[in-house]
Design a protein around this ligand. Structure first.
Ligand code: HDD
Length: 725
């Protein structure tokens, strides 16, 4: 559409004045080429005659198509699928002063901007959010002293102990090279082949096979720094530190059957959930905490602090809350921000330093290296999302896409011509100084013997699970190994499981229709033929604690229904009061109500008012919501009884152990489902947990429903039923 003269802005640049640098807003602007030439026609290419060939002279056509041809950059080799948000971090107090000189952690008056990118690891950029996988949890803190990146995961340990095995691990889990199958899934031969030969992975395998690998929301996951880092204080004294983020909404997951269905119904489920929550002002929050270990206590544990396959049980070292991290702004542009952000565990600030964890040491090389290919050269730090708050001064120059215009003649140090600038900072001015760790030893390719306990924390994790969590874990292993074609791999895996827990091994073996192999000394197949086995022989230990409460999601916070999605199944004639009263009660607690009806548009309630339909049964699904309510209203319920999708909705919500409530005639719909028959048979038993029906006797339906939603799931229903859904 052409603009009329009166629409024209006085000056095409005027509107840009109020924008932050690097942002563009086309509102009210005229279209230009990339050189700023005002464009009069973006619709037709330049031709020799109306029906003639296009002309090479058409500089605009060539500019536009060339730009388009180069719109894609290589995706991340791992963690390709991601979503991010802006926010801030603020310390509660200065309690960390004793341990670190990092100002953003010790000065409660500072509000440090952050950018947090969540990701899955194995899938391509377009893969489903609900793959069984580790989730990346990478935070960039834009501190006044430079950027600090905490590049962590939602699980506190890792598969391997040494970065040299990372390419092998990733090659094994990624789609198989001959046919590029499967997408975003570890359930295939090559992954389990590698794992079955790598006993050090067993602890991490417990985490990845647990419900942590299928989160309900990115807002309901923990974050962990995984590797052990060091704090360094003003006096140069160091303390070991492990970083934790605990979500205020608690840690929650979906069921595996649900995850599979979400992958089809809404593969963007997590990214949509994050985006919508932030747009609605329900800002995701985490408490940031640390586990601190004095330098002199380095060897006091029965595991090695440098071994990234181990966690420090919170019973041994509690997590101290340090501050709050809040996400309160969605990116303006996915590519410019989320895709181009470059994280690196080596981005540290004074007060934070590394340990000799061999995984971390390798990571310190990998992350800059990968950006050179992904972002095209050494100037990626100049991309707006990667720039620090403070200005950058050094003698690095030139290269692809250089943005900075360095003034002056000198680009070397030392110099006199430039007055010696830029100067090196004194440590007292905040200059970074590496922690002076004393190091000595032979040059040797080996692992420490203190890394050779592969099973005790895998057992600790399994023992800390609730019964339903243990069942989910063994079901996940049955699923994954069930997709493995090579029997030897299954045998080796079940063999390794016997060292974690014999019952677990038995349950998995039963599912696979095989016998549990006789326990054999696990062999570390990574060994070269002439390697000294003394360095690699597995060691068997009893964990110092037998159970750790923090490892089970059953012990998480269950005190809020904020941002939970509740489907109201309704049709014309729905009882106005029954709908409005429960809606009001749920919304007052921060939940989101979605009216699901046989058709889009509007339905008329019993009082004749028009109720907006959020989704029809065609596009809605029980797997996309947390709970279901069926309001009263004879006509509405009669219509729903004729709607097979409504019956399925309830059966499926029941199968996935969600809270279900019905008011008045709404109970008829429940009775018509499989759930109804179960309720009759087993009233008052586990089968009816989380089902709230007001057939005249329950005056506090909304309150009971809210309590039920807070529980997240009634997993106890699971083992009672095999619902046809
Ligand atoms: Fe890594 C990306 C987390 C081990 C090499 N890693 C990447 C991301 C996260 C992690 C969250 C995505 C960052 C983003 O959103 O852009 N990685 C971890 C954790 C590890 C770990 C918690 C173990 C403690 N990673 C690890 C090793 C290596 C790498 C051992 C290589 C030696 N990771 C990479 C990488 C990536 C990456 C190839 C891909 C894209 C990127 O770095 O920027 O360099």
């Amino acid at each position: 559409m052409k603009s009329t003269e009166s629409d024209l802005p006085e000056n095409n640049d005027k509107k840009m004045e109020n924008l932050a640098p690097h942002t563009e807003d086309s509102t009210g602007q005229l279209m230009t080429t990339n050189t700023g030439l005002l464009l009069n026609d973006d619709t037709s290419s330049l031709k020799a005659g109306e029906r003639g060939p296009s002309l090479l002279e058409d500089f605009y056509l060539r500019e536009k198509i060339t730009h388009f041809d180069h719109e894609r950059i290589p995706e991340r080799v791992v963690h390709a699928r991601g979503v991010a948000a802006h926010g801030y971090f603020q310390a509660y107090n200065n309690s960390l002063n004793k341990y670190t000189k990092a100002k953003f952690l010790t000065d409660p008056s500072r509000k440090t901007p952050v950018f947090l990118r969540f990701s899955t690891v194995a899938g391509f950029r377009g893969s489903s959010d609900l793959a069984r996988d580790v989730r990346g949890f990478a935070v960039k803190f834009y501190t006044d002293e430079g950027n600090f990146d905490l590049v962590g995961n939602n699980m506190p340990v890792f598969f391997i102990q040494d970065a040299i095995k990372f390419p092998d691990l990733i090659h094994a889990v990624k789609p198989e090279p001959h046919n590029e199958i499967p997408q975003a899934a570890s359930a295939h031969d090559t992954f389990w082949d590698f794992i079955s030969l790598t006993p050090e992975a067993m602890h991490m395998i417990m985490w990845v096979m647990s419900d942590r690998a299928i989160p309900r929301s990115l807002r309901m996951m923990e974050g962990f720094g995984v590797n052990t880092y060091r704090f360094v204080n003003e006096e140069g004294k160091a303390t070991f530190v492990k970083f934790h983020f605990k979500p205020t909404l608690g840690v929650h997951s979906v069921a595996w059957d649900e995850a599979l269905k979400i992958s089809g119904k809404d593969p963007d489920f997590h990214r949509r959930d994050l985006h919508e929550a932030i747009e609605a002002g329900a800002y995701p929050e985490w408490e940031f905490g640390v586990q601190l270990v004095a330098q002199e206590d380095e060897h006091k544990f029965d595991f090695d602090l440098l071994d990234p396959t181990k966690l420090i049980p919170e019973e041994l070292v509690p997590v101290q809350p340090v501050g709050k991290l809040v996400l309160d702004r969605n990116p303006d542009n996915y590519f410019a921000e989320t895709e181009q952000v470059a994280f690196h565990p080596g981005h540290v600030v004074p007060g934070i330093d590394f340990t000799n964890d061999p995984l971390l040491q390798g990571r310190l090389f990998s992350y800059t290296d990968t950006q050179l290919t992904r972002l095209g050269g050494p100037n990626f730090q100049e991309i707006p999302i990667n720039r620090p708050l403070n200005t950058v001064h050094n003698n690095q120059r030139d290269g692809h896409m250089r943005q900075q215009i360095n003034k002056g003649k000198t680009s070397y140090h030392p110099n006199t011509i430039g007055g010696g600038c830029p100067f090196q900072a004194m440590i007292s001015d905040g200059g970074f100084k590496h922690f002076e760790e004393r190091v000595e030893g032979n040059k040797i390719r080996a692992r420490s013997k203190s890394f050779m306990d592969f099973f005790s924390q895998a057992t600790l994790f399994y023992n800390s699970m609730s019964e339903p969590e243990q069942t989910h874990l063994s079901d996940a292993l049955r699923f994954e190994l069930g997709k493995v074609d090579i029997q030897d791999i299954r045998n080796r895996m079940v063999g390794l499981l016997t060292f974690v827990d014999k019952t677990l091994a038995k349950r998995v073996a039963e599912g696979l229709g095989m016998d549990v192999p006789e326990p054999q000394q696990p062999v570390n197949h990574q060994l070269g033929a002439d390697a000294d086995p003394k360095h690699y022989e597995p060691v068997f230990k009893k964990p110092a604690v037998e159970k750790s409460a923090a490892l089970s999601m059953a012990n998480t916070a269950k005190n809020s229904i904020k941002t939970r999605q509740i489907a109201f199944l309704a049709a014309d004639g729905v009882d106005a009061d029954s709908l409005a009263a429960v809606k009001e009660a749920l919304e007052a607690e921060g939940a989101v109500v979605r009216v699901v009806a046989p058709h889009n548009g509007f339905i008329a309630d019993s009082a004749g008012a028009q109720i907006k339909v959020d989704k029809s049964f065609l596009t809605a699904s029980s797997v996309l919501v947390d709970a279901v309510y069926i309001p009263a209203g004879q006509k509405s319920v009669a219509a729903l009884l004729n709607e097979p999708d409504a019956i399925h909705f309830i059966n499926e919500a029941y199968r996935h152990c969600k809270a279900i409530a019905a008011d008045g005639e709404g109970a008829e719909l429940i009775k018509a489902t499989y759930v109804g028959s179960k309720l009759n048979e087993q009233a008052g038993s586990d089968a009816s947990a989380g089902i709230i029906i007001d057939d005249g006797g329950n005056s506090k339906l909304a309150a009971d429903f809210i309590d039920a939603i807070k529980q997240h799931r009634f997993w106890e229903r699971e083992k009672k039923d095999k619902v046809p859904a």
